[in-house]
Design a binder for this molecule. Sequence first.
Ligand SMILES: Nc1ncnc2c1ncn2[C@@H]1O[C@H](COP(=O)(O)OP(=O)(O)OP(=O)(O)O)[C@@H](O)[C@H]1O
Length: 516
Amino acid sequence: MGTPVNIIVGSHVWVEDPEVAWLDGEVTEIKGRDATIITTDGKTIIADISGIYPKDTEAPPAGVDDMTKLAYLHEPGVLYNLACRFSLNEIYTYTGNILIAVNPFRRLPHLYDIHMMEQYKGAAFGELSPHLFAVADTCYRAMINDHGSQSILVSGESGAGKTETTKMLMRYLAFMGGRSGTEGRTVEQQVLESNPVLEAFGNAKTVKNNNSSRFGKFVEIQFDKNWKISGAAIRTYLLERSRVCQVSDPERNYHCFYMLCAAPQEDVKKYKLGDPKTFRYLNQSNCYDVANVDDAKEYLETRNAMDIVGINQVEQNAIFRVMRNHATTFKAAELLMCNEKSLEDSLCKRVIVTPDGNITKPLDPDSAAFSRDALAKTVYSRLFDWIVDKINSSIGQDQNAACLIGVLDIYGFESFKINSFEQLCINFTNEKLQQHFNQHVFKMEQEEYTKEEIDWSYVEFVDNQDVLDLIEKKPGGIIALLDEACMFPKSTHDTFAQKMYQTYKAHKRFSKPKLA
Ligand SMILES: Nc1ncnc2c1ncn2[C@@H]1O[C@H](COP(=O)(O)OP(=O)(O)OP(=O)(O)O)[C@@H](O)[C@H]1O
C-alpha cells in the first residue's frame, strides 16, 4: 500500500536485517536489481531493489498517532512508528478505526483509572490520544445511535495482551452501562469476577506467557432499552484439550491442578492429593512453579471467586473430585463416583461385536493409555463447559435485551515445531477473521471509492478465499477429507497425508513438506 515511489541513488530507505528486522540507510549505488545501501550504523548492505522501502525523512521523531498519517504505509514504516511511540510510553496507535496495542509488560495504572474513563466518555474518536477506552466508547455510542449490536475483535499472538485488553474494555463498558445502587452483585461485577475462575481452569504457563488463555472467549454484554447492562453471556471456544495429558518443558498443565496440590491439608486429604511431581500429567515437564504466583493463595482465591459467581460448595467439591481423577483407577473410580471394575474394563478392554456374540479383548498397554488420556481430556473439557454454563446461569441473560456488545478474545495464528489438529482449527479461525477484516476494511472501502468514482487501484490486499476453500469446502476440503478418513477403520496419519498430497498436488496454497 502507499504511493509507489522510485528508489534512486541518494534515497533514504529501509532494508531487511536478520537480527533487528529493519535498518535504515542511504542508497549509494544501483546496478541492475542490486542496490548498495550504507546504513545509519555504518554497515554496507547489498539488497534486491524489490526488498527495500522508502523511508520518510520528514516523519516527526515522536511518531504519528494514526498510521494513516504516515507518508509510506509499509511494514518497516509501521514498526518504526510503533517503536518511536513506545519509547515515549505511548502504547496505543490507531490505523483508522483500528487500535494497535503494544504490550508494555509493566503496570501502567494511570492509563486505566477512573479519571481516564471520564475523559474518554463521549469524546469524539481521534480527539484524544489513542486508547482502548476510545474504542469502547465509540462502540457504546454506536449501539445507542444506530440501535444496533456491536462487536470488538481483539486479536494478536500469544502474550500480546488480548486478555488484559478485553478486561479493560469490559471495565469501560461497565463504567458506561453499569447500574449504581443495585442490591447484590451487578451483572458487570459478576462478569469481571468470573475471570479468575475461567483463568484457573482455562489458563496455563506457556513459553510465551505465564498466564496464557488456552481457549477463545466471546463475551456478550446485553443492554436494555435504557442502555444499561441487563445481562451477559460468556461463550468459549477451542479449549486446548491436549494440554491435559501432554505438557512439555518449560510449560505447565492448567493452573488449577497446581493450585489443588497446594490446597490446605484437609482438602489435600479429601481429594487424595500429593506432590505435583507424583502425577503423570504434571511431571512430564520440570516446571511446577510460576514466578510471582503462589498456588496456595490462588487456590483460596479461586474458591472464593467460585462462591461469588454462584458455584456452591457441593458443586465445587464435585469439580475438584473430577479434576483429581488421574492416578490409579481405584482413586479415580472413587472420586468419579463410579464402579471401579467398570472403569477398569472400559479403559483396558475392547468389546468386539460379532454375529456370534460379543468378544472382549484386553488392550495392549499403549492402547489402554490412549483410552485413559482420551477419558481425561473429555472429562476435563466437559468440566470446563459445565463451569462456563454455571457462570452463565448465575450471571443471567436478558432474553429481552435491546442490543448487545460482544468482545471476542481469541487465539492468534500459531505455528509450533509440531502442530496438531488444534493449530489447524485455531489458524482456520484466524483465516476466517482475516477475511471478515478484509471484507470490512478493504472491500467496503473500495465500494465507497467506486461510488465516488475515485481510482482505488493502489489499494491492494491478498484475498484469502482460496485458503478458506482449501480447508472448509464441501466436498473436497481438508476437513471433509479428514472426516472421510475418520470413517475408514484402516486410516492412519500416513494414509491421510498421502491422500492430501495427491488431492492438492496442484493447489497453490498447499505444499508437501520436504522431509517426510
Ligand atoms: N495493557 C497492559 N498493561 C500492563 N501489562 C500488560 C498489558 N497487556 C498485557 N500485559 C502483560 O502481559 C501479559 C500477557 O498478556 P495477556 O495474557 O493479556 O496476553 P494474551 O494476548 O491474552 O495471551 P494468550 O493468547 O497467551 O492468552 C499479562 O499477564 C500482563 O502481565
